[in-house]
Design a binder for this molecule. Structure first.
Ligand code: RFL
Ligand code: PHB
Length: 389
């Protein structure tokens, strides 16, 4: 088999890259280890920056997003039993949009199927080779048959646990990591969201986030211990704990119901440098992870794909490699900004027992500064709506 670009992973990074390359007439093959249904069943991101939406529009998959996405011009910060609004639009002229990663994945899968482009699901033992030379090779097994794909480039869009970053020469790879001492327990339920906009809560019992997928589907998160057992969290306990962390007015408005998904996610900051090894390019979670507090993971994946698709399209149109050569540096500049913001939001809003009473005073001072200072809120807003790319 042969393809111009072999894309490993059919998450949002891989599918979006595949679509942008397809529109430019570049032949890209996607290899995904899971089934399509499994990929669609993962409940993850929900909040999109305008830059991500612009890119999805360019990929020709914006119609349902524009019809069904919920546009938010602000968010609320809760602490001390009060809520304080941050006017994102007022501070930046920009909004954010709620539209689930599941829906984006579905839109991209549908577009790919309509284009007749090839995605191999349930590809086993995918491995990447010879990307330091001119003719990289990808191997995999499908239905018991071994396949070899010769290609010009490999795009490693295979997430944090994927094979591509692990296949890069480890001596050339520098990683930076912070693992947080807690996780997020999340539930999805078919109940109306408690508020029009997102509420991020700093509470003595731990962080809480009220978010949503639509006007009839809510998503809530609670800070929890890393070793928390999900079996110990029947729905009633989750709702009781959430109410305790919300201000009285919001708690009284909360509509509860059975959960349709419940999971625990660890929180991590991680960056791998560089993002290119010869003809192997890493993109999205394969190269970096942010704690979800800043809602940046999927949006960073989109900006990586913006740069990578631009570089590949330019290469096939002109033979020039300047954009591909600048890929890693351009991505990393924006990634470190998002890493900083996500780390800062995480520190601002969670309980860190090891930080002690001094740490709590610092958090409180920062929250009060935000509430009192339009300049501080504008800084939060500018980062939250997304730095330009
Ligand atoms: P993905 O989505 O992990 O996709 C990688 C794909 O590669 C496949 N794969 C392989 N395929 C072939 N061979 C192998 N050896 C393979 N190994 C892996 C996997 O099966 C998978 O299909 O990475 P991608 O495409 O880079 O997308 C990144 C985003 O999924 C991620 O950054 C976001 O979900 C992060 N995130 C959020 N991001 C936001 O921008 N806004 C949010 O509001 C937001 N909320 C969240 C989040 C992530 C969360 N969790 C669970 C980590 C909330 C949560 C709780
Ligand atoms: C979500 O809707 O799942 C979501 C929104 C904002 C975040 C994290 C997750 O910061």
């Amino acid at each position: 088999m042969r393809a111009q670009v072999a894309i490993i992973g059919a998450g949002p990074s891989g599918l979006l890259l595949g679509q942008l390359l397809h529109l430019a007439g570049i032949d890209a093959l996607i290899l995904e280890q899971r089934s399509g249904d499994y990929v669609l069943g993962r409940i993850r991101a929900g909040l999109l920056e305008q830059g991500t939406i612009d890119l999805l529009d360019r990929a020709g998959v914006g119609a349902r997003l524009h019809a069904q996405g919920l546009v938010h011009g602000g968010l609320e910060l809760g602490f001390d039993g009060m809520r304080h609004r941050v006017d994102l639009h007022g501070a930046t002229g920009k909004n954010v949009t709620i539209y689930g990663q599941t829906e984006i994945t579905k839109d991209l899968m549908d577009a790919r199927a309509a284009a007749g482009a090839n995605t191999v699901y349930e590809a086993e033992d995918v491995s990447v080779h010879d990307f330091d030379g001119k003719q990289p090779v990808v191997r995999c097994r499908k239905d018991g048959i071994e396949h070899e794909i010769a290609c010009d480039f490999i795009a490693g869009c295979d997430g944090f646990h994927g094979v591509c970053r692990q296949s890069a020469p480890q001596s050339a790879l520098q990683t930076y990591e912070r693992v947080y001492p807690f996780g997020w327990l999340g539930i999805l339920s078919d109940t109306p969201p408690v508020s029009e906009e997102l509420i991020y809560v700093n509470h003595a019992r731990g962080f809480a986030l009220c978010t949503m997928r639509s006007r009839t589907r809510s998503r809530y998160y609670l800070q929890c211990a890393l070793d928390e057992n999900i079996e110990a969290w029947p729905d009633a306990r989750f709702w009781d704990e959430l109410r305790l962390r919300l201000d009285e007015e919001t708690a009284a408005r909360l509509v509860t119901g059975p959960s349709i998904e419940k999971s625990i996610a660890p929180l991590r900051s991680f960056v791998a440098e560089p993002m290119r090894f010869g003809r192997l390019f890493l993109a999205g979670d394969a190269a970096h992870i942010v704690p979800p507090t800043g809602a940046k993971g999927l949006n960073l994946a989109a900006s990586d794909i913006h740069y990578l698709s631009g570089g590949l399209i330019d290469y096939y149109a002109t033979g020039k490699t300047a954009e591909l050569d600048a890929y890693s540096e351009k991505c990393l500049r924006r990634i470190w900004q998002a890493e900083r913001f996500s780390w800062w939001m995480t520190n601002l809003l969670h309980r860190f027992p090891e930080n002690g009473p001094f740490g709590e005073k610092m958090q409180r001072a920062e929250l009060e500064y935000l509430v009192g200072s339009p300049a501080a809120r504008a800084t939060l807003a500018e980062n939250y709506v997304g730095l330009p790319f």
